[in-house]
Design a protein around this ligand. Sequence first.
Ligand SMILES: [Zn+2]
Length: 181
Amino acid sequence: MVEGEELLLAVLNSAPVIDGKPTDALEPAEEGSRWLRSLGGCGTTAEREAVRGVREALHRLIRGDSTDLDALNAVLRDARLCPTATSEGLQWQLEAASDQELAVRVVLAWSTACEELPGRLRPCANEECNLFLVDHSRPGTARWCSMAACGNRMKARNHARRRRAGETVTPGNPTARTPGG
Ligand SMILES: [Zn+2]
């Protein structure tokens, strides 16, 4: 069973834009169900819709686009955390409808991330990739889902932009062409 931050990021990052093309791990239905089962879910249509609703609501919340909590409250409505005493304190057992349990666990993981790492769950600075990150770096300055995927690309783009800007004010500079590129 995938849990905690791993589960949260798996779901948040399940609709990446790859080479400009939106993708979705929940589509098509059969593959979506298989993916949900790999996370510990049951793979039903209702579960797909619950996870999709929670994912879209969290995307908007984390981006600051909307504070619409309906989709989150819809899956939380019938959920219960039941305590059991252990020698080390209380253990909390989640009780939820089987179709909604996975979506509830995603919301719980999001809440834990907000509490334990305030401000560290954020969208990638490349708005085109549709990915999110939890910044565990000490200075808290991580900006990209990954340096390989977006960090280098954004740096290259900024570099190219600066170079283009430079070219316009440098007369006689022929069209820049990277040797061998
Ligand atoms: Zn990214």
